[in-house]
Design a protein around this ligand. Sequence first.
Ligand SMILES: C[S@@+](CC[C@H](N)C(=O)[O-])C[C@H]1O[C@@H](n2cnc3c(N)ncnc32)[C@H](O)[C@@H]1O
Length: 499
Amino acid sequence: MSEWGGGYVTDITYSVGWYRQQSPAMMALASIIGGASATIPAGDDPVLLLELGCGFGYGAMALAASNPTWNITAVDFNPAHIATAREWAAEAGLTNVTFVEADFARWEDSPVLRDLPEMDFVTMHGIWSWIPPAAQTGIVRLLGQKVRPGGLVHLSYNTLPGWQERIGVARVIREAGQRVAGRSDVQARAGLRVVKDLIAAQAHFATSGSSVTNLVNTLEDANVHYLAHEFMNAHWAPCFVTDVAAALSEAKLEWIAAGNLPDNFPELMLTEPQREIFNRYSDPLMQELIKDMCLPRSLRHDVFVRGARRINLSERAAALMDVHLTLVKRPDDLPDAVNMPAGRAELNKEFYQPIVTALSTRPGRVGDLLRLPNLVGRRDNPAELISILIAADMVEPTSRPMTAPGVEAMRFNTVSARRLMGKESPNRPVAAACRPTGIPLVTPLLALALVDFVRAGITDVDGLMRAMNTSADQEADARTSVEACLHRFLPALKNAGVY
Ligand SMILES: C[S@@+](CC[C@H](N)C(=O)[O-])C[C@H]1O[C@@H](n2cnc3c(N)ncnc32)[C@H](O)[C@@H]1O
């Protein structure tokens, strides 16, 4: 462990990931659903966005490439992350994203951060519960000075009581790991083996429910970078929502909504007896605590606003009716149900299928979609329509969809595919920068890598296999994946305007 890390892992870099809750459009939508006025930015609006703890800056770059008029600043204290991010952005020709090497605990040492104007949006994913108190305090100071009045902040963190049953797993991984020589990932793997031995020996902690064994099973195949950054930090501590909200209130930030949109609907999340307790309170933080007690939620995404301007239900409905949805899957991909913490929410096909079919020709305004003649279902609940289709990964929201694929987005996708292929599994989900939606789309890496070949006119499976230089021993697996990309993922990317 280095001196400068303050207890955070620095001997191994992190991996790349994109989380749509980090996009300004999703933050603004959450705020509106939570009852506070916000403007959903379009791809040609001027937007100032700050990302804290950006890792390799992959999400920041994907957003910058999708929205060339936005100005994005992304911060991380690990110089290996910042060096890679700067190199990647330069290779992709991105000029609207700046990477700053700075420690949250002493961000005032950075002239770039000191001079930063007030931000419209700030996002931090996977930061808050993993860093020491001094870094958290530094973040609150930064937010207090650099979020504009009316600005929105997204943060995710490990949650209590969701982590309660498994907190011992995390502690044993770290403590046992630290007693082994080697890099943090080697230590985390060694610690995990001790947890598994304890489970096999029927230690009490492992017998209290399925959540411990489920966690350990998922960690078996986890990426080593993730394992190290998730478990080997000295100050990792899951938090109660009320404590995080109290900390951010120092920066005049108020909790306004959950960043996972369906989490804002108790009728989708809670059983009737649970709702009865929830409804005893009007204080949103007490309501969130009750949800956290009722649901198996171990990671929260929350949206905070600096200065909530409340809107009433009809203003909320009017704002949501004006949201545009872009289909990012094929219409046939509409699932029968969406998994929610309270169970599976069955999708009423007579309601959702005509909407998705209408979206297959062009993006649609929610108000217009709810007036389609052949819908069977409620036409007065735009919030639920939007949240369910987003949770089903069928659409992305914008205020005004752009019409043409962007050169910046396509260039970033080409560079990213080249950098990631060979290092990552071709089936791994990655971000496809997308100008029309302004929100990068999640797609398998292989699909991203095939886009340029398809654009060059190679549209058959054999041709694509040759173009990818697939070796004979990988032929069968590769063929299945290429076929899936060609028939399933690429048409969806094309329709959404990625290329
Ligand atoms: C778990 S990673 C998350 C990265 C990225 N947000 C994501 O979700 O893929 C946490 C990141 O925070 C950075 N970090 C940790 N402590 C920090 C500090 N005190 N100041 C600045 N960055 C820090 C780490 O270097 C790391 O890149």
